[in-house]
Design a binder for this molecule. Structure first.
Ligand code: G6P
Length: 369
């Protein structure tokens, strides 16, 4: 075989373990630390053209759609451009307003997802600028786009995407900084700090992957639940969506990702001692809000697994179980928090005897509408 499991029991685990190298690979040749510059030699538009962009629309399906959600926050924050997310599968039923001042970013691991290709074709016909972020240089998406930023992760075999999500988010991070740099929104000092933070990510992810024993214990404890709520705020609400998708894809447990502020508008009705809530509450600007959500779940006897920052004994005392993230600048938490959610889904699926690499009813690449 061209690709083997490299000593791991499943491709999914192998691909999760590869993520430090995946981030490092996505940064390679794209950052100049001394100059505090992101360099994207494959980016198809000139700086003058970038300054004329009025809007960014990000699209994709499944895990790639969740990467688009993360990208929206990063582009708004770093480039100061209005950014929106469109589900590629819904795109053709809308009448989207696009013009040559709109940058459309299509994200697709395979570059072959029919809905994403259809959205790209439509965007092209409407005259938008078209960038793809994909893992296959030989794909339809790569051919259709004005240019592509490649993930360069090597083949992903596990049907549930892991390393390509991390690669997509890393590239979107770079894209946000790159657009901000061209639009003179970020000083060289700020850019240098952001680049240094990104450069530290492979090490931080490596630390989280060094010991997976806690996941086996947690999996035994949580694999009996039939329903999970994944909560996060701000940029981490997108990670909640992706974490819930991972769990349902590989373990067949019902899981919903929700922006935590919406909890009181419906999901709170579901909470009782049979409902597990995974709460993403790293030490970031929304920490206090998440702490409030956790208390609301606990007050209704819900079971809470908190994804917290190391050393957070305060919230650790409120929740039933914890997973800890290393201390990091807050904009790295989306990348870091993805990893424990992948491992949790993997070990829960194993505990339930599921076929993690080939989940029932799913296909790696969906080439029909
Ligand atoms: C399928 C796969 C998902 C993937 C989605 C989009 O549903 O099972 O893992 O996220 O397609 O695939 P793409 O190749 O466009 O990223």
């Amino acid at each position: 075989a061209l690709v083997d499991r490299g000593g791991y029991r499943h491709f999914m685990l192998k691909e999760i373990m590869e993520q430090p190298q995946v981030v490092a690979g996505a940064l390679r040749g794209r950052v100049n630390f001394d100059a505090g510059r992101v360099e994207l030699p494959d980016f198809p538009f000139l700086e003058d053209e970038i300054r004329d962009f009025r809007r960014v629309v990000l699209t994709g399906c499944g895990t790639s759609l969740h990467a688009a959600h993360v990208g929206r926050y990063l582009i708004e924050r770093f480039a100061g451009l209005p950014a929106e997310v469109e589900s590629a599968s819904e795109y053709r039923y809308r009448e989207p307003f696009l013009d040559s001042d709109t940058l459309v970013v299509a994200i697709s691991q395979s570059g072959e997802t029919a809905d994403t290709i259809a959205a790209m074709q439509d965007a092209k016909e409407r005259g938008a600028r078209l960038l793809s972020i994909c893992n296959s240089e030989e794909s339809q998406a790569a051919r259709l786009a004005d240019g592509s930023l490649y993930m360069g992760c090597g083949m992903e075999i596990g049907v549930a995407s892991t390393k390509t999500f991390i690669a997509s988010v890393t590239i979107l991070f770079l894209l946000g900084i790159y657009l901000g740099q061209a639009r003179a929104r970020l000083s060289p000092e700020v850019r240098r700090d952001l680049i240094a933070d990104l450069a530290s990510t492979p090490r931080l992810i490596g630390e989280m992957l060094a010991d997976v024993s806690q996941y086996k214990v947690l999996a035994q404890k949580f694999s009996g639940y039939n329903s999970f709520l994944y909560l996060g705020r701000g940029i981490n609400s997108a990670i909640a969506l992706e974490g819930a998708l991972k769990l349902k894809e590989v373990s067949y447990i019902h899981a919903e990702g929700y922006p935590a502020g919406e909890m009181k508008h419906g999901p709170i009705a579901l909470i009782d001692r049979n409902m597990a809530t995974l709460a993403l509450a790293p030490r970031d600007r929304l920490y206090d809000k998440m702490a409030g959500n956790i208390k609301e779940v606990k007050a209704r006897r819900g079971i809470v697994l908190g994804v917290l920052t190391e050393g957070d004994t305060e919230l650790a005392a409120e929740v039933d179980d914890t997973l800890f993230l290393p201390t990091a600048p807050e904009h790295l938490y989306p990348l870091l928090a993805t990893v424990p959610l992948q491992l949790l889904a993997y070990y829960i699926a194993l505990d339930r005897g599921c076929d993690v690499d080939q989940p029932r009813n799913l296909a790696k690449s969906v080439t029909v509408e």
